[in-house]
Design a protein around this ligand. Structure first.
Ligand code: NAP
Length: 328
């Protein structure tokens, strides 16, 4: 099979198109013929081995050599074969998953417990846009944020992969949604259901009068202490991401929020989709929102498989409105 493999840290140039051996599904695993995948910041953090501090962490990027050789954490495709003990899937089933690695290849062996049936109303490309970004948005709003109907939520970074899902999911959960984005994405963010928009070039969201029950901070464009000003005294601050850097960023924001928590009246929490074990129930919850028309993936560009390095480069630039998808 064809796969993009890498054995060292570096730019997208280290991704090499290779003839690799097709994986065999082990006990409890499903062999998926990957029909589409998508690019996330997760991929270029692993690719570059940055922030460096993440190379040292247990379960992190890998000290010295990269831990993952085939990147790609979003998978949509068809079951090709099943390993011993697999009961929920059989060859021919359409599936999608959030995996640790393996999406940038024609086949991937995936634990049965990670897989969910693909939403019936989505193409493979649309389904591949969902796992990492939408699971993160759902975790941030529903679980970390404990969002309730009628509450006001501010989504900073509303036009990107996570943000376009967060705006829609917050609306589906009954919240009043304000999205922060650049002027070019105002129409997009309004079209997916934001009640109010703040153009970050014209206005600093942290200096407004309005107070919110929940801040989903995806862009991390203002300091934690400045951002916190827009919350009610009992509001919740959920850190999702922030500007990337070589040494510590964006982990510094997560640490700053957690360190502030004990000293302020607001809840300060971090959304973590990567470390979360029970991913299939999250995909099932998203499927319900998608199949009832409440959430639709926003796709900026679809690249062919051979152009994965270009797709990663484009996503890493940080201004894709919606998701960057690969058709395999
Ligand atoms: N915690 C987790 O488990 C988890 C999971 C997934 C992602 N993340 C993190 O979440 C972040 C976003 O991921 P993503 O997939 O959504 O990335 P993305 O698709 O590249 O989106 C980033 C968005 O940030 C916006 N942005 C840039 N500067 C901004 C500013 N000053 N104010 C408001 N918005 C601004 C960009 O919009 P414009 O083009 O309009 O500027 C862009 O839409 C990354 O830091 C990523 O590492 C965390």
């Amino acid at each position: 099979m064809k796969a993009f493999v890498r054995h060292s840290y570096g730019s997208p140039d280290v991704l090499t198109l290779t003839d690799a051996e097709r994986p065999q599904p082990a006990q409890g695993e499903v062999l998926v013929r990957v029909r589409a995948t998508s690019v996330n910041p997760y991929d270029w953090h692993h690719l570059r081995g940055q922030p460096y501090v993440a190379r040292l962490m247990p379960g992190g990027l890998g000290f010295g050599r990269p831990k993952l050789t085939v990147l790609g954490c979003d998978i949509a495709g068809q079951v090709e074969a099943v390993g011993a003990g697999v009961t929920r899937f059989r060859p021919g089933d359409d599936v999608f998953a959030l995996v640790e690695q393996g999406g940038f290849a024609e086949y991937a062996a995936v634990q049965e417990t990670l897989l969910a049936p693909k939403p019936a109303n989505l193409s493979y490309e649309q389904a591949a846009a969902v796992p990492m970004a939408a699971v993160t948005a759902l975790l941030a709003l529903r679980d970390a944020g404990r969002l309730e109907p009628g509450q006001r939520v501010l989504i900073n970074g509303a036009s990107g992969g996570v943000g376009t899902f967060a705006v829609q999911i917050a609306g589906a959960l009954g919240a009043k949604v304000t999205g922060v984005c650049s002027p070019g994405n105002v129409d997009l963010v309004r079209s997916i259901g934001a009640d109010e928009i703040i153009d970050y070039r014209a206005e600093d969201f942290s200096r407004q009068e309005q107070r919110y029950d929940l801040l989903i901070d995806i862009a991390g464009s203002r300091s934690v202490s400045a951002s916190r000003r827009v919350l009610t005294p009992t509001g919740t601050f959920v850190v999702v991401g922030g500007p990337a850097g070589r040494w510590l960023r964006p982990a510094d924001r997560m640490l700053a929020a957690l360190a502030t928590g004990p000293f302020v009246s607001q809840r300060m929490v971090v959304a973590d989709s990567v470390g979360r074990a029970d991913k299939a129930p999250l995909l099932a919850a998203l499927t319900e929102l998608i199949e009832t028309g409440q959430v639709t993936p926003v796709i900026d560009r679809i690249y062919p498989f051979a152009d994965i390095p270009a797709a990663v480069r484009y996503q890493e630039a940080g201004h894709a409105p919606g998701k960057v998808v690969i058709s395999v």
